[in-house]
Design a protein around this ligand. Structure first.
Ligand SMILES: Nc1ncnc2c1ncn2[C@@H]1O[C@H](COP(=O)(O)OP(=O)(O)OP(=O)(O)O)[C@@H](O)[C@H]1O
Ligand SMILES: [Mg+2]
Length: 236
């Protein structure tokens, strides 16, 4: 630790663009999806990302989490220059540092809850992955479901496994893309509270995409996206 109490930047984006299409950037079929995003997120901040369908929220999250390459601009995430890294270096930089929770839970269907979480820990090079996975599942209230397969779990339970899996390696950053989109209201609210509780316990920076204004109010900061740009950015 240094003397400074300033928060460092978890995300630093400058004039970030994303252009996709059949003929490549600039080609006839190219679609401009992100049109110059400037964004600084300090370490540990909880950010809600809102905006109409098709505005570019998931695309922005894909770029910020290193799943997709930006077409232009500058991007530094968790201290790594995402624009300058090779594919291998990018994969290495993401590993254990960035967790992602999606609307559809994306658990591996042939693995139990414990194995799903274990796999993430092993990839991150964590020792004693089986015991750690059991602890992480207990922390989301699933200590009694370790050996169940995804098909044997409810939607809310599957999402809790996905949260345990994303947070198990203690990522500096957690991204969640409409994590309650497939859940009923009460289950969704419980999942949000769980994400916020576990986030607070682990200190991760959190970027959460939602359509839910009430949920957004629980964040420290609310960013609205419209047509591939930041339309507003306010502290809640
Ligand atoms: N591979 C692709 N090629 C071309 N256009 C794409 C591609 N992927 C996404 N798009 C377009 O990019 C725009 C932004 O999509 P994105 O999924 O980021 O929106 P979103 O804000 O997450 O919407 P939603 O709330 O519906 O999830 C959309 O118009 C979409 O059609
Ligand atoms: Mg989306």
């Amino acid at each position: 630790m240094t003397q400074s109490h300033d928060r460092k930047s978890a995300i630093l984006a400058r004039n970030l663009t994303l252009t996709l299409g059949a003929n490549g950037p600039g080609g006839d079929g190219a679609t401009s999806i992100l049109k110059g995003v400037d964004l600084t997120v300090p370490d540990g901040q909880v950010v809600a990302l809102l905006g109409p369908s098709g505005s570019g929220k998931s695309s922005l999250m894909a770029v910020l989490s290193g799943l997709e390459r930006a077409s232009g601009g500058e991007l530094s995430v968790a201290g790594a220059d995402f624009m300058g890294l090779s594919e291998d270096q990018l994969a290495l930089a993401r590993r254990g540092r960035i967790g992602v929770v999606l609307q559809a839970f994306h658990l591996l269907p042939t693995m139990t809850a414990q194995e799903n979480v274990m796999t993430a820990l092993e990839l991150a090079g964590v020792a004693d992955a089986a015991a750690r996975a059991a602890q992480e599942l207990a922390a989301v209230g699933l200590g009694h479901r370790l050996h169940h397969y995804p098909s044997q779990l409810s939607g809310g339970e599957q999402q809790r496994v996905a949260i345990a899996r994303a947070l198990a390696p203690r990522p500096a950053l957690l991204f969640a893309d409409e994590p309650t989109g497939n859940l009923d209201g009460a289950t969704g609210a419980a999942i949000i509270d769980l994400i916020l509780t576990r986030r607070a316990e682990t200190g991760a920076t959190l970027v959460i995409i939602t359509h839910d204004e009430a949920l957004a109010q629980k964040a420290e900061r609310i960013i609205r996206i419209a047509d591939g740009r930041i339309a507003s950015d306010e502290m809640a």
